[in-house]
Design a binder for this molecule. Structure first.
Ligand SMILES: Nc1nc2c(ncn2[C@@H]2O[C@H](COP(=O)(O)OP(=O)(O)OP(=O)(O)O)[C@@H](O)[C@H]2O)c(=O)[nH]1
Ligand SMILES: [Mg+2]
Length: 337
């Protein structure tokens, strides 16, 4: 089982040095958990095939490192949904490394490229961990329809509960009756409580009740679902702002995460959705779903490097355990090795 709340020595030290600092939860895999890595690797096999094999193809054509090789690498990265400006940055840094380290053999280029992608991803965001400490905390899950919000909430509730946390779910998607039923099923599966109203109710009222219940029951983590309607920007902003206001007013003591769910299979569309949501809300992180079986895993790189959005978790299947904390190193290794 993944320990979602393992704390690193560094975090413990920081906490000791400054008690007022937010205690952050380490959201990293257990290194011994081979099943976890294997699952990630098999999920990302199409991305690996698409990106890594194409890179190798390019490198095998060119024996020497020259400008044409960089042009071809650039094409591979852009076609892998990494984004134009990130690709340019990666290639520029790669060129510099190759010059500095006097690399002339093209086979060494792949190692440097992998390293630079990893570096740029790590430099672009502060960290990839959930900020759920100090408790209580509230997670608001947003995103357009069908991306996997409700499913992810079920998976997260299950994972947190297995890590000893008291979890409550609020059914903030009142747009569809089926949505409440679906979340209800997930709450049963995860074995956590749910607060819901009927179809058509005001989502902000559901969140309000969720907060009151969370306080009364001394809940550690309240997870709120929202409707995935395709909005225009103003409506989206109004609806989300109403919910944010309730949370700020009623639950000011809670540590907040506003997580945007994006479907990796939609590639560039996911990036565009992220841009819109980033404009209307203070998104604190991304949940990237459906990474199993897509060749578009490169969007993870663009999300972090172009939009500076930390990816916090990834969905790797439809089952309750098909969720993993996102870790740059593990992810890039799974794509490149
Ligand atoms: N393969 C795969 N399927 C997923 C994953 N996450 C969610 N799904 C599937 O995606 C579909 C939509 O998931 P939902 O959780 O209902 O998505 P939603 O964002 O809540 O949708 P709306 O409530 O309509 O906005 C379901 O069939 C899920 O099983 C994942 O990581 N991998
Ligand atoms: Mg839903």
């Amino acid at each position: 089982m993944i320990n979602w709340f393992k704390k690193t020595n560094k975090e413990n030290n920081i906490k000791e040095e400054n008690n007022s600092n937010l205690e952050s939860s380490k959201f990293k895999s257990d290194d011994k958990n081979i099943g976890f890595l294997e699952k990630l690797k098999s999920g990302l096999s199409k991305t690996r095939k698409d990106m890594s094999s194409k890179i190798e193809d390019v490198l095998s054509i060119y024996k020497k490192v020259d400008d044409e090789l960089f042009d071809d690498l650039e094409d591979v990265l852009i076609s892998a949904d990494i984004g134009v400006s990130s690709t340019m940055k990666i290639i520029d840094r790669l060129k510099l490394r190759i010059k500095e380290e006097r690399v002339s053999d093209s086979t060494e280029v792949k190692i440097l490229l992998k390293d630079e992608i990893k570096n740029i991803m790590q430099e672009s965001v502060e960290n990839n961990e959930f900020l759920l400490e100090p408790h209580p905390s509230v997670i608001l899950v947003v995103g357009v329809n069908g991306v996997g919000k409700t499913t992810t909430i079920g998976k997260l509730a299950y994972a947190f509960k297995n890590n000893g946390k008291k979890v409550l779910i609020a059914a903030g998607d009142t747009f569809r009756a089926a949505a409440i039923e679906q979340l209800n099923e997930w709450s049963n599966r995860a074995g956590v409580d749910i607060v819901s109203h009927s179809e058509g109710a005001d989502p902000a009222a559901v969140i309000f009740d969720g907060i009151q219940a969370a306080k009364a029951r001394k809940i550690d983590i309240l997870i709120c679902d929202t409707a995935g309607r395709l909005h225009n920007k103003t409506n989206l902003m109004n609806e989300l702002n109403k919910i944010f206001r309730i949370i700020d007013r009623e639950y000011s003591e809670a540590t907040k995460e506003i997580l945007l769910v994006l479907d990796a299979t939609t590639g560039q569309n996911a990036i565009n959705q992220a841009k819109v949501f980033k404009e209307v809300a203070n998104i604190t992180g991304v949940i990237l779903t459906k990474l199993d079986g897509t060749a578009k895993g490169g969007v993870a790189i663009a999300l972090q490097t172009e939009l500076n959005l930390p990816i916090k978790v990834i969905g790797v299947g439809e089952g309750i355990e098909d969720i993993q904390p996102f870790d740059v190193e593990t992810f890039i290794d799974a794509i490149f090795n």
